[in-house]
Design a protein around this ligand. Structure first.
Ligand SMILES: Nc1nc2c(ncn2[C@@H]2O[C@H](COP(=O)(O)OP(=O)(O)OP(=O)(O)O)[C@@H](O)[C@H]2O)c(=O)[nH]1
Ligand SMILES: [Mg+2]
Length: 419
């Protein structure tokens, strides 16, 4: 156990001449779970992108049938067929976002300058959805010109500016990156869209975390960080995927504090109604799913980590809602039950500084999750606030995760000694 906790310099993988490494007891296994669209795959993709761009610190592996770890060189981590699939995924994401904005504009009775163009986009999307080939069929490059023209429409631009008012207008959080200008104007939507819809566009590691493709089956990813070999099992967030978790845990539980459930929740989901039970927020459903997961018998043998992801979207939404009286009422109605009376009153009146408001709401949300953890587990729970799309932040999160793993292994070792 001792050598697991040493901070060895591991900048080179311990590969044999054929590039293979044997599995050993440094292996840490993560089950990455949570409801749909919270950023589970993005976290893993961000780590894969780091393996491409910073290969001395992050390494990606294939594990063969004999459980041998074979390092994948950076250029082959996203092979050409996968890159072209991702390029198309991003185009599909953008097309869907425009479809949903046009629908929202119509619902609000707003007329677009070129309704014919808007109708064409609506029918293109509807054909893709209803066709047997599914939504990920190729989006032709000429659609990019059409969408760029629509993007200039005042009705569409107004909707994008007031996106935090209409959170039910479904635009994947990552997709905003392609259709909005950078907050600090470092890059513009025009350039990005022209690039993405050009024939020679090759997806970059800067764009990959912003793409969105629903995970349909559990996927394994193997990494080597400074000190550990880590296996991430990316579980889809649909119900059909979530119910497989107990079986996976039973089959793949790997002892001595080396198996973790990484529960990912989007903290921005606190302000969106759940589609199946509209009186509840998506985050409340997420809390209930965590409750169910923690009640599984095998989970008592796992370390628990919670990532409150999409903190950037959380900040943006709270900042927006806090400005208006109706927005503050909404914040108070949604979160107030978990706040102190005095703070709640200040929130309603708008007498808190915006940083204080964000902090109090965040604490109230975290409190709900922590209460569940206290009820369900005696294990240490490691909590992080994350933004999976922001590389530098995720690097420091991954470093802290390594610290958490050390602590878990140490805690587990002392527990066994005492027992
Ligand atoms: N702004 C922002 N967007 C994020 C963040 N994390 C993920 N996203 C975006 O959220 C969307 C959904 O992310 P995914 O990683 O596909 O979600 P998932 O949890 O794997 O979803 P399922 O596979 O359906 O369960 C994508 O558009 C991501 O780019 C974040 O921290 N901030
Ligand atoms: Mg996924």
């Amino acid at each position: 156990m001792g050598n697991c906790i040493t901070n060895q310099d591991d900048s080179q993988p311990q590969a044999s001449s054929n590039g293979k490494e044997k599995k050993d007891d440094e292996l840490i296994r993560f089950f990455v779970t949570g409801i749909r669209g919270v950023g589970k795959t993005t976290i893993i993709n961000q780590l894969k992108c780091l393996c491409v761009d910073e290969p001395n610190s992050y390494k990606y592996y294939n594990v063969d049938n004999q459980e041998q770890w074979v390092r994948i060189i950076p250029n082959e981590i996203f092979p050409p067929h996968e890159k072209s699939k991702m390029r198309n995924t991003i185009r599909v994401n953008i097309l869907e976002a425009f479809n949903n904005m046009i629908e929202k504009a119509h619902e609000l009775g707003r007329v677009l300058q070129d309704e014919e163009l808007a109708e064409f986009v609506l029918s293109t999307w509807s054909d893709m959805k209803s066709s047997g080939a599914g939504i990920y069929q190729d989006v032709p490059a000429y659609i990019g010109d059409m969408l760029s023209r629509l993007r200039l429409d005042k009705a569409i631009d107004d909707l994008l500016q007031s996106r935090n008012e209409y959170l039910d207008m479904k635009i994947d959080d990552g997709t905003l990156h392609f259709i909005l200008d950078d907050a600090n104007k470092k890059s513009f939507w025009r350039e990005r869209m022209a690039q993405i819809f050009s024939d020679d566009y090759e997806v970059t590691t800067r764009d990959i975390p912003y793409s969105r493709r629903v995970t349909e089956n559990q996927k394994k990813n193997h990494f080597r960080t400074r000190s550990f070999k880590i296996e991430f099992n990316d579980m889809g967030g649909q119900r059909s995927e979530l119910i497989k978790l107990p079986d996976f845990l039973k089959r793949f539980l790997w002892g001595n504090g080396r198996t973790f459930v990484l529960y990912v929740a989007s903290i921005a989901d606190a302000f969106e109604n759940d589609s199946s039970e509209r009186q509840r927020s998506k985050l409340e459903r997420s809390a209930r799913v965590l409750d169910l997961i923690l009640s599984l018998p095998t989970v008592s043998e796992c370390g628990i980590m919670i990532f409150f992801n999409k903190y950037d979207r959380y900040e943006e939404i709270v900042n927006y809602k806090y400005q208006s009286e109706s927005g503050r009422e909404e914040l108070a109605d949604r979160i107030g039950a978990n706040m102190k009376e005095g703070d709640l009153m200040k929130l309603r009146r708008g007498t808190l500084r915006i940083e204080q408001a964000r902090e109090l709401i965040k604490q109230a949300i975290e409190g709900q999750f922590i209460d569940i953890c206290k009820r369900r587990t005696r294990n240490e729970v490691y909590v992080h606030y994350t933004q999976a799309v922001v590389r530098e932040l995720m690097k420091s999160i991954f470093n802290s995760v390594e610290e958490n793993i050390y602590n878990s292994i140490i805690a587990n070792a002392s527990y066994i000694r005492v027992a």
